[in-house]
Design a binder for this molecule. Structure first.
Ligand SMILES: NC(=O)c1ccc[n+]([C@@H]2O[C@H](COP(=O)([O-])OP(=O)(O)OC[C@H]3O[C@@H](n4cnc5c(N)ncnc54)[C@H](O)[C@@H]3O)[C@@H](O)[C@H]2O)c1
Length: 665
């Protein structure tokens, strides 16, 4: 059968033979055995819903085995035999271009070169699922291949509920992932619902088909590191030879040295796992690998003296580095941490003075002792950082729960008021006030032709558009614009493409709309193939997450999720090709609601209207909310937008004199 025939077949008409377990693949960890016997029966009954009765006897045994062995039913037997990757859009069988573009994006998220656990349909973050099982994938692809632009496909946590009549201006796909009744949003609820096959953790861009590999993280990290230096350096002072000290060379944290190089500083990343450090080194993401502390000290001093731009991976514990740098009088300009403290007891954080191997033994055999060691290490870790900050280091929390866990361990990290932490997070201090409040966020696009030359052309167009805007940009946003122009100028040479021909570029509403229009014109002129627009959910309006994206909201509303819900509804009727809304993502199940969209630019006039309507709302919704929360940058941005757009009327807050409140209670 050809590729197209296999897609159109959906679930095969004949039962395929069982597949041997793929030993070569990077598999998802065995999930918690959380279901009782009746619930296990229910999970198998649920899985068998996808198949004719005559297959049930054979599949029931197999699915029960998968559930016992892996904690989930993935239906490995139904994984298609063709290679999984983003093909050029014309390779897909389709009745409408929009649906074909969505198939490109789905296959990219499942490409083994892109996905973390491709056999289990996990794209990133350990549990960020595209679908729960292979039957859902097969059915969804068939629906997409046969649907017209008078239909919408509704996906419930990966399950294609079906095609429903709609209209050409409606989204082609509506995705919900992990949405539950709020009282049932504890981590174990996810384990249970996912094991039953009724819910999934979509992370941010996994379950919304918008993952583009590591380049998204590199851009965000670069912006963060550059602006962290700006907080401490005098205007015009160069970053070369100045130190950024941090930890972690894992999934996301591995972007730090690359970002350090782009930000032109000396980055030192401690990593306890030699494998992780070597992997990043062999990929060229970090320049130098050092496993001796004395050697590290000598090399860092040289880099400081010679004003080098270099990234150094130190194989060892970051606490040792903070302590030794203090003793040696090495001044750290910027410090952070990207160990996985959102999962501190299961290997997210390795305690100092315990070897990597011994830690792994303790995790399995003496978890209580391991917890004590982690907490003692966090107290030492924070104490060392405090000594550096007393000397003038700028330290920020990287959204990895470092300050939260350090505080729980009794470390000295609280502010004088006893409520806040003594250091801010990267969103509170940097991304929130400098980017999100002005509407700058991780806009991205994918060239569905699969041609590198199309991506080059879009890079050129985007750079020209930003340069044109820059000529009239107000002072408040010139820095951001300048950084983004530099990013897109150098994007190609930074070699960040993995999988589909994709690009990320932080841009505000004006930038996104003008770039999108210019792309659509280019598609219309036949110079490039159709382009998919999207963004990370980690953006201005898409995500309500009190300790991350909305941590710089101070009017008490940061635990509400109205913004993210308004956003997905608002985008859906303004022209998004697909929309998604997720519970969980980044910081954990129950901790965040995040949403996103995809939009296909096919060169038509209708696409031009859609992009104008939807991109405008997609950014300004969040700016309006941030302005209502009294954020000054957002107030500036929304007032500016209202002057430009007469149909925009946003409620503005009146500010209250503090002295009036002080005397009230
Ligand atoms: N990069 C971003 O944009 C971003 C944004 C928000 C949050 N985060 C957070 O950053 C954290 C890291 O994410 P990740 O995907 O890289 O996780 P990961 O688990 O893949 O990597 C963390 C690394 O830290 C190492 N490590 C643990 N303890 C250490 C210690 N004491 N000293 C030295 N190394 C140590 C581990 O060996 C591991 O390789 C997560 O909590 C994530 O949520 C990152």
């Amino acid at each position: 059968m050809t590729f197209k025939e296999q897609i159109l077949q959906g679930i095969p008409t004949e039962l395929p033979s069982p597949k041997p377990y793929n030993e070569q693949a990077n598999h998802a960890p065995k999930r918690k055995d959380i279901l009782c016997v009746e619930e296990k029966q229910l999970a198998v009954r649920n899985a068998l819903r996808y198949f004719p009765e005559e297959w049930h006897a054979e599949l029931a045994r197999e699915f029960a085995h998968e559930l016992e062995e892996y904690g989930r039913i993935y239906m490995y037997r139904f994984k298609p035999d063709y290679n999984m990757f983003a093909r050029p859009i014309d390779a897909y069988p389709a009745q409408c271009k929009q649906a074909a573009a969505i198939m490109v994006m789905i296959q990219n998220n499942l490409d083994p070169a892109v996905a973390q656990h491709p056999e289990e349909l996990i794209t990133y973050g350990g549990n960020g699922a595209v679908f729960q099982n292979w039957a859902q994938y097969l059915l969804t692809m068939k629906y997409l291949a046969t649907m017209t632009d008078e239909q919408t496909l509704h996906l419930y946590s990966g399950h294609p509920m079906g095609l429903f009549p709609s209209s050409p201006s409606a989204p082609r796909v509506v995705v919900t992932n992990g949405m539950v009744i709020p009282n049932y949003s504890k981590p174990d609820d996810w384990e249970k619902f996912n094991a039953l096959g009724v819910s999934q953790y979509g992370q941010m861009t996994a379950g919304s088909f918008m993952y583009i590999g590591p380049q998204g993280i590199v851009h965000g990290t670069t912006i963060t590191v550059m602006n962290a230096f700006r907080k401490i350096l005098k205007k015009g002072e160069e970053t070369a030879g100045k130190i950024f000290l941090t930890a972690g060379l894992g999934g996301m944290s591995g972007a730090q040295p690359k970002a350090g190089n782009i930000a032109s500083c000396v980055s030192v990343c401690a990593e306890v796992n030699p494998e992780a450090a070597r992997k990043r080194h062999s990929q060229g993401w970090v320049d130098i690998l050092i496993d001796s502390m004395d050697e590290l000290i000598a090399r860092v001093k040289k880099a400081q003296k010679d004003k080098e731009v270099v990234s150094i991976a130190y194989i060892g514990n970051v606490v040792d580095v903070w302590e030794r740098f203090y003793e040696e009088g090495i001044f750290v300009h910027v410090g952070s941490d990207q160990t996985s403290l959102h999962i501190p007891w299961t290997g997210g954080y390795y305690p100092v003075d315990v070897s990597f191997e011994e830690s792994n033994r303790l995790i399995r055999e003496e978890p209580e002792l391991f917890k004590e060691k982690v907490q003692a290490s966090l107290r030492r870790h924070a104490a060392a950082i405090n000594k550096h900050t007393a000397r003038g280091t700028y330290f920020f929390d990287y959204g990895n729960a470092f300050l939260l866990e350090a505080s729980r361990a009794g470390a000295d990290v609280m502010a004088e008021n006893g409520v806040d932490f003594r250091y801010k997070s990267y969103v509170q201090d940097i991304l929130g006030p400098m980017c999100f409040d002005y509407g700058f966020g991780p806009f991205r696009w994918v060239c569905t032709s699969g041609k590198a030359k199309d991506l080059d052309r879009t890079d050129e167009i985007a750079m020209k558009v930003l340069r044109d805007i820059m000529e009239h940009a107000p002072e408040e946003i010139q820095l951001q614009m300048n950084d983004n122009i530099t990013w897109i100028r150098d994007a190609k040479q930074n070699k960040l493409v993995v999988g589909s021909q994709a690009r990320i570029l932080y841009a505000d509403a004006e930038g996104r709309m003008k770039i999108a229009k210019a792309f659509n014109d280019e598609v219309r002129a036949g110079k490039i193939g159709p382009v998919v627009l999207g963004r990370d959910h980690h953006d201005v309006s898409g995500t309500d997450s009190p300790y991350r994206e909305t941590s710089n909201i101070y009017d008490g509303s940061k635990f509400t999720a109205d913004m993210a819900i308004q956003n997905v509804i608002g985008d859906s009727f303004r022209g998004a090709t697909w929309v998604s809304i997720h519970n969980g993502g980044g910081v954990g199940w129950g901790e965040v609601i995040n949403g996103g969209f995809g939009m296909v630019l096919d060169g038509t006039q209708a696409a031009e209207e859609r992009l104008r309507n939807m991109l405008f709302y997609d950014v300004n919704n969040g700016i309006a909310r941030r302005s209502w929360a009294r954020n000054s940058g957002a107030r500036f941005a929304i007032e500016r937008e209202m002057r430009r757009s007469p149909n925009l009327k946003v409620t503005l807050p009146n500010l209250v004199d503090n002295s009036l409140l002080d005397s009230l209670f």
